[in-house]
Write a protein that binds this ligand. Structure first.
Ligand code: ADP
Length: 351
């Protein structure tokens, strides 16, 4: 099913939870809505589910406006963070329940098939309280999947799982969605989930859509300063740049030499990701001089905090290096890896 949101707005008394959202989700797409707490993700999902009425704007399922359609008639399945299983029913009956209330045919066969797909065949006679968190989550997914809805709406469905389980559940979910080819809208605040699961990602902030694109587009070409700072850990290093002459600029009080002629002639925001900086010896030509303040050891990689000016510290992500706190170094980068933004509109500038 194709879903389209047109000028969708939800206004609470003091808050615009969702502000004029326009979005088109193609049939079979896995769309992730990513944002921090309070950005309007759940409100968007609840309007799609019919649990909240929009203040204005339209929701289209295929070509039909569904604003007035009650939740039970929208042919969608919801999966929430809390599993909401019926505690007095065995796994089998939990999965069968949505079919029974719709008086569908071949219930037994459908339950067995879906349970098999999710590795639940051995658990059908257990009660929810006898299951682990991951198993409960799979039962909740099975219950959503069993009746082949037109769309899945998922609100942080994996956030109750511990880290290793979340990783395998993510893979499972993606596989299932591919196989069933059911349009899925998935809400999360976790950028790793968004980047790994989404065919496309919508980034929201304070009710406003910031960018929509594939994970690669969002990471490689963030559309504005907000997205640049939001995606990536640690976040992109960004500084204000006031060009002076061909190859140097001021940021605050500090003058920096630039390795090549500056592509910008007016004030800009310069951004470089921590993984695109390399640590070179001090006084390396065309490197930005700095001092290592602090090193975070993460096993497979290091995050160095490098002070390049009195008020500017950059993150550098690297694999093992012979460096210690207090060392003077140079930071090198390729000009292809720089991101430029307009300091007023905050929007990305392409050259
Ligand atoms: P998210 O899911 O991204 O955390 P929400 O959609 O839950 O964000 O909330 C978006 C904004 O709307 C928040 O500022 C929140 O406080 C507000 N909000 C959500 N639900 C209500 C409500 N029922 N009444 C008043 N304000 C609400």
């Amino acid at each position: 099913m194709k879903i389209r949101l047109q000028d969708l707005t939800k206004q609470y008394r003091h808050t615009t939870a969702v502000n004029n959202l326009n979005l088109e989700i193609t049939s079979g797409e896995f769309l992730v809505v990513l944002g921090s707490s309070g950005s309007g993700k759940s409100t968007t999902l609840n309007m799609l589910a019919g649990l909240e009425a929009p203040t204005s704007g339209y929701i289209f399922f295929n070509e039909h406006i569904v604003n007035q359609t009650p939740p039970g008639k929208r042919d969608i399945a919801l999966v929430f963070q809390s599993y909401a299983l019926y505690p007095h029913m065995k796994v089998y009956d939990n999965i069968a329940f949505p079919l029974k209330i719709r008086k569908e045919k071949d219930i037994h066969q459908k339950v067995i098939e879906t349970a098999g797909m999710l590795g639940l065949s051995a658990l059908l006679q257990k009660y929810p309280k006898e299951l682990s968190g991951g198993e409960k989550q799979r039962v909740a997914l099975a219950r959503a999947l069993v009746r082949k809805p037109q769309a899945f709406l998922m609100d942080e469905p994996l956030s109750n799982l511990d880290a290793p389980l979340r990783l395998s559940a993510r893979g499972e979910l993606k596989r299932l969605q591919r196989k069933s080819n059911i349009t899925t809208i998935y809400v999360t605040h976790d950028q790793t989930e968004a980047l790994t699961l989404g065919d496309r990602i919508v980034i929201m902030d304070k009710g406003n859509l910031q960018q929509i694109g594939t994970p690669e587009e969002i990471y490689l070409r963030p559309g504005n300063v907000f997205v640049a700072g939001f995606i990536g850990t640690p976040p992109m290093n960004m500084i204000h740049v006031e060009p002076c002459g061909d190859r140097s600029f001021f940021s605050g009080e500090t003058r920096f030499e630039f390795p090549v002629p500056l592509p910008v002639k007016t004030n800009c925001i310069f951004g470089i990701r921590p993984e695109k900086l390399t640590i070179a010896p001090a006084n390396t030509p065309s490197a930005i001089p700095g001092m290592i303040e602090y090193i975070e050891y993460l096993g497979h990689e290091l995050i160095s905090h490098v002070k390049i000016a009195p008020n500017i510290t950059w993150y550098v992500k690297s694999t093992a290096e012979q460096i210690r706190a207090g060392d003077l170094v140079g930071l090198k980068f390729s000009c292809d890896d720089i991101h430029w933004f307009d300091p007023i509109t905050q929007v990305r500038i392409e050259f």
